[in-house]
Design a protein around this ligand. Structure first.
Ligand code: UD1
Ligand code: CA
Length: 454
């Protein structure tokens, strides 16, 4: 990694009108993380020493998200959208403060990787003043074109301003650029707005650098790294690319997936060694699955920690605050929220467990419900180690079931049950001999009478 100080400026002032959304563009998510979050994570992985984020007016949420990912980031506001160079200069104060090399990254290119940022930095650490990420594509429309002369990058021409000959160039500007610290501010402040859109184009920096005797270089990188997101369709394409990357990384770490293309991961999903994930499983943000656990098909996990060798699903839903101990079992149609199931505890069928502590080896029968909400507030349920909750019981919180206690099936438990006790809270069974047969005879007669009337 490069030891020299470096600064990254992330441009996130886009309105994102083509997303047709109330949400600022860079807050749309890919693999459970905002686009801005992805960019700032890559910036941090690349070992950048300082970060500035340029936001648009009334973008408080963008500022909050920037601080969430990079608490030390300087946030600047570009009050009028007057072009990419104008946006960079909104952060002029940090450029004046330091002579670090500068990376300019667009907040709507969430697939950019740390390796790519490092390559860009390396180019200006060596002997170039400006480095531009170039890529080859079959669909160049909308991108700036890299104009080369005798193998050297001499200009970037925006499509609006390009001649037919320039439009035929296959190498495009990915938007990502690096500037050597010593000359960055000099180049940037020389940029004017003499073009069709009357905007200050960051891309003019190449032409300017060449004219004042400095050198620029194009670094060819993969198209995916600089894929810009302007529409929901492009967001979905980027999601697909990100999912492929995440699945591949999980498989390389020793996760078993028989149909990886059906498993959806979040950028922060952590799956241990020899974890098996069956087809059609969804991992939302903040999930950790320890070694040897199995996640069966059609399960949906968000904010959950699955212990070693535990089993989840099929058709299970783990919501935030779920923690499963070693070898715990959550079966089909079981929902768990803000609950801890200690080692070996089981809830195998048709159950809701919320705001609950379940002791080790406790067994929760089919159809058990923790009634945690009284219409006003949430209450806790505590179930002791080795307790047995008979099927179809309702545990009305707040309530405590002691260690080793036994709850008879179909009980509605409203008060605490001591350890090793049996609680039965249901109507006593009544048997009336011959009643059904008598009833049938009576009904049969009635039917015949009715038939006669017809
Ligand atoms: C830009 C490049 C183009 C390149 C393409 C790659 C310029 C002039 N053009 O074009 O050469 O091929 O990206 O995707 O740089 N932004 C601001 N404030 C502004 C204008 C833009 O913050 O005043 C931000 C946007 O939010 C966005 C980024 O800068 O994140 C790029 O702006 P955009 O308008 O999307 O540029 P393109 O036309 O795509
Ligand atoms: Ca763009």
């Amino acid at each position: 990694m490069n030891a020299k100080a470096s600064l990254s400026i992330v441009l996130a002032a886009g309105e994102g009108t083509r997303m047709h959304s109330a949400k600022p563009k860079v807050l749309h998510t890919i693999a459970g993380r905002s686009m801005l979050g992805h960019v700032l994570a890559a910036v941090s992985d690349a070992g950048v020493t300082a970060t500035a984020v340029v936001i648009g007016p009334a973008a408080d949420q963008v500022s909050v998200e920037a601080k969430r990912w990079e608490p030390h980031a300087d946030v600047f506001m570009q009050s009028e959208r007057r072009g990419t160079a104008h946006a960079v200069l909104a952060a002029k104060a940090v450029l004046e403060r330091s002579s670090a090399d500068v990376l300019v990254i667009f907040g709507d290119t969430p697939l950019v990787r740390a390796e790519t940022l490092i390559r860009m930095r390396q180019a200006v650490a060596d002997d170039f003043s400006v480095a531009v990420a170039g890529f080859k594509t079959t669909e160049p429309s909308g991108y700036g074109r890299l104009v080369m002369k005798q193998g050297k990058l001499v200009a970037i021409r925006e499509e609006h301003d390009a001649s037919d000959e320039e439009r035929a160039i296959g190498l495009c500007n990915g938007g990502l650029m690096a500037f050597a610290g010593g000359t960055a501010l000099d180049i940037l402040t020389r940029i004017g707005n003499d073009n069709r859109k009357k905007e200050f184009y960051l891309t003019d920096s190449v032409d300017i650098a060449c004219k004042i005797g400095l050198r620029a270089v194009a670094i060819e990188i993969e198209e995916d790294d600089v894929r810009g997101i302007n529409t929901k369709a492009q967001l979905a394409e980027a999601e697909a690319i990100m999912q492929r990357r995440l699945r591949k990384a999980a498989l390389e770490k020793g996760v078993t997936m028989t149909a990886p293309e059906t498993v959806f991961l979040s950028a922060d999903t952590k799956l241990g060694r020899d974890v098996t994930v069956e087809p059609y499983v969804f991992f939302g943000p903040d999930v950790i699955v320890e070694n040897n656990a199995v996640i069966h098909s059609f399960s949906h996990l968000v904010g959950a920690h699955v212990g070693e060798g535990a089993s989840v699903g099929p058709f299970a839903r783990l919501r935030p605050g779920t923690k499963l101990g070693k070898g715990a079992r959550i079966g089909n149609f079981v929902e768990v929220k803000a609950a801890v199931l200690e080692d070996g505890a089981k809830a195998n069928h048709l159950t809701y467990i919320g705001d609950t502590q379940v002791g080790a080896e406790a067994n929760i029968g089919a159809g058990t419900i923790t009634c945690n909400f009284d219409g006003f507030s949430k209450h806790r349920t505590e179930i002791g180690a080795g307790a047995f909750i008979g099927s179809n019981s309702a545990l009305v919180a707040p309530v405590k079931i002691g260690d080793g206690a036994y709850i008879a099936s179909g009980s509605v438990i409203t008060s605490d049950v001591p350890a090793d006790a049996l609680a039965i809270a249901r109507g006593r069974q009544v048997v009336k001999e011959g009643f059904a047969a008598r009833l049938r005879r009576r009904k049969d007669k009635g039917t015949k009478a009715d038939d006669k009337d017809d």
